[in-house]
Structures are given as structure tokens and as C-alpha cells.
Write a protein that binds this ligand. Structure first.
Ligand SMILES: NC(=O)c1ccc[n+]([C@@H]2O[C@H](COP(=O)([O-])OP(=O)(O)OC[C@H]3O[C@@H](n4cnc5c(N)ncnc54)[C@H](O)[C@@H]3O)[C@@H](O)[C@H]2O)c1
Length: 334
């Protein structure tokens, strides 16, 4: 039976974080959120996500408190850990985006390395029962053994973003091993859906299609992505949160586990665009371009480990997910 009651979620004004906050509130948890509300993309969207959470918490009489803080600010983070006393910490705060990591690698060092180190240290000091953190499908780099499974070697990142996510996994493993911390890393595969990220393809495509602007289609359209709907990501993350890995004492057991969390059914980028065009009822103006530095051709998750661990099964097919996304987009941007 679950005995956890209090959760601290970093990146709580972000795409995944804000949806996860709502899930935990719905399940009756006391939820604390941290986000530095940086301007990597439109801050209004982050404020609107927070507003939605505030309303939900108020109407349903749930306990929710937000802190505007950077995870690299260790002193401030320590007061938050001390005051909130979380059972579970979910670290989603990070500098995301593959392409931006070529332009501004320093942002990734601050949030993804220094910030993540602080989270590990504080989880150690305050004896957090379970730390869950976001890794990424990009750790598989140029790997062409499909589908990607957790036992494949991941020493060939093709972007600095991926390098920081691989580093997180290695850092987490050492902290778990040395200090007996229960930690779970989740390799998210291309998340899409309502309240999405404006720097990612679905939002860029929707915006340009609606405004009759051309869309850039990289690698001349020869790309596949394992698009995963936000509610599946949130449900899978939630299930993992409730199940900390335990050290069973055998040499093969470890309190750090890493799982893929995807849809398991990659689709052609051109097929995704066609479905978007149908849902929006406008044809896209397509510019075919070369593969971008840092990008990979295909992502495809083997999710059998996560199924065996917590019974994870993605529910939302692309046929359903795209209209849900487009309906939200049209309503939100009016
Ligand atoms: N969305 C995806 O498809 C995807 C895929 C793989 C991995 N991930 C990972 O999942 C996590 C959440 O991603 P998302 O899509 O919700 O991104 P997001 O950018 O919408 O959310 C991240 C949030 O963290 C905040 N943040 C960034 N640096 C911070 C810092 N140093 N201190 C405090 N807050 C900070 C940002 O303001 C933002 O609101 C990230 O770690 C990302 O790398 C996402």
C-alpha cells in the first residue's frame, strides 16, 4: 500500500511537470512545485499552466504551493526541502531541447548538471524515500538497434543535451550505490499533447500551418518519432513514483532503475503532419531540409521493462491524441 503523501516536483510550470502536479493533486497528495520560470520559451504559457493548477487546487480543496526557484540555487532549495519534507521528489527541471544545446551549452551545465547534483545532495541529506528524474530518449544517440531497450549501451550522444542526460543517469547510479538512495530515471520519448512545448515540432507545426507559414521538415521527411501522449507519460511517471526500487542485497540488485517511457509505435513524421493537417483542416506548406545537427532519424521505445515493473501500457493512439492536442491548441490560442 502507498504510504507516500507529500511530493516535491521541480519543473512544475513546464509541460510535463504541470500535468504531473495535477495528477498528484487528483490522487490526494500534498504537492510542492519549484520552477525558475525561465524565458527559454513563452513565460505566459508557464504562468497559465500554474493558474490552471491553482484553480484546480482551490476548487478541489487540495494543498499546493509553488516556489519560484532555480535548482542550481542550493541554499534556497535546501530551505524548500526542509520546509516541505517531501516523501518523493520528482526532478523535471532541466534545460530541454536538442538544438538549443548547440547554441547555449552553458544553460545545460547549470540546470542539468549543477542543478541535478544539488537535487541528489539534498535527497541524500533529507533522506528522501524516492527520487524520480527525467532522462530522455536522446541518450540512445545514433543507435540503430530498434526498438531501443534499456540494456543497450549509451555512450554515443549526438547532442550536448543528451550528454547531460547520460551524465544524470551515471550520477544517479553512483549516488544510489554509495548512499543507498532509491532513484528512478525515466527516458521520455517525444511527448505531445495539450499544454505542450512551443519549441517542439507539434506546436511549431500547428502554429505555422494555422498562420499559413511554411514548416521545415528535416532529413527530407525521412524521420520517425515515438510520439507519446502526455497523459500516458504522466500515468507512467506516477506509477513509478509509488514504487521505489529496493536493494534486495544480491550483487545484481540496485536501488537505481532506468526505464523507457514511450508509446512503442513510432510513426513517420510525414504521417504525423498529415494527421495534423486533417485535424486543423489546413494544408501545410512544406520545406524539405537536411537533417539537423544533434538530431536522430528514428526513436522507438521498447516499453516492456516498464510494463513488467508497474504494468505501464500506453492508452492514447495517435488517432486520438492529435485531435485532442489540436482542440486544446485552437482553444488556448483562440
Ligand atoms: N517533452 C519531451 O518530449 C521530453 C522528452 C525527453 C525528456 N524530457 C525531459 O523532461 C523534463 C520536462 O520536460 P518538459 O517537456 O516538461 O520541458 P519544459 O521546458 O516545459 O519544462 C521544464 C521546466 O523546468 C524549468 N526549469 C528549467 N531549468 C530550471 C532550473 N534550473 N531550476 C528550476 N526550474 C527550471 C523551466 O522553466 C520549465 O518550466 C525535462 O527534464 C526534459 O529534458 C522531455
Amino acid at each position: 500500500m502507498n504510504t507516500f503523501k507529500v511530493v516535491l516536483i521541480t519543473g512544475s510550470a513546464g509541460f510535463i511537470g504541470s500535468s504531473l502536479v495535477k495528477k498528484f493533486l487528483f490522487e490526494g497528495f500534498k504537492v510542492f512545485g519549484v520552477d525558475n520560470l525561465n524565458d527559454y520559451y513563452e513565460i505566459e504559457l508557464k504562468y497559465d499552466r500554474l493558474k490552471q493548477i491553482d484553480n484546480y487546487a482551490k476548487i478541489n480543496k487540495r494543498t499546493w504551493k509553488f516556489f519560484k526557484a532555480s535548482i542550481e540555487d542550493k541554499n534556497y532549495m535546501e530551505t524548500i526541502f526542509k520546509d516541505c519534507k517531501p516523501d518523493i521528489v520528482v526532478n523535471l527541471a532541466a534545460q530541454a531541447g536538442v538544438r538549443y544545446s548547440i547554441k547555449n551549452p552553458e544553460a545545460y551545465v547549470k540546470s542539468n548538471l549543477i542543478g541535478f547534483f544539488n537535487i541528489l545532495e539534498l535527497c541524500k541529506k533529507y533522506e528522501i524515500k524516492h527520487l524520480i528524474y527525467a532522462s530522455s530518449s536522446s541518450v540512445y544517440g545514433g543507435n540503430k538497434n530498434y526498438p531501443f531497450s534499456e540494456n543497450q549501451t549509451i555512450n554515443n550522444p549526438v547532442s550536448f543535451y543528451a550528454a547531460t542526460k547520460i551524465s544524470n543517469e551515471v550520477m544517479a547510479n553512483s549516488y544510489s550505490e554509495i548512499y543507498n538512495l532509491s532513484i528512478t530515471g525515466l527516458r521520455y520519448f517525444t511527448v505531445y499533447g495539450p499544454w505542450g512545448r512551443p519549441d517542439m515540432a507539434p506546436m511549431i507545426f500547428a502554429k505555422n500551418i494555422l498562420s499559413r507559414q511554411p514548416i521545415s521538415i528535416f532529413n527530407f521527411g525521412s524521420m520517425k518519432r515515438d510520439f507519446t501522449f502526455i497523459s500516458d507519460i504522466v500515468d507512467g511517471t506516477y506509477l513509478c513514483c509509488l514504487k521505489p526500487p529496493v536493494d534486495k542485497g544480491s550483487p545484481s540488485s540496485n536501488q537505481h532503475k532506468v526505464f523507457n517511457i514511450g508509446n512503442g509505435k513510432p510513426i513517420d513524421l510525414l504521417n504525423f503532419i498529415e494527421r495534423l493537417e486533417d485535424a486543423i483542416q489546413v494544408k501545410a506548406i512544406k520545406n524539405f531540409e537536411e537533417l539537423q545537427l544533434g538530431d536522430v532519424e528514428t526513436t522507438w521505445a521498447d516499453t516492456s521493462s516498464l510494463f513488467n515493473w508497474v504494468g505501464y501500457k500506453p492508452k492514447i493512439l495517435i488517432e486520438e491524441g492529435i485531435p485532442l492536442f489540436v482542440n486544446w491548441y485552437l482553444e488556448y490560442f483562440n
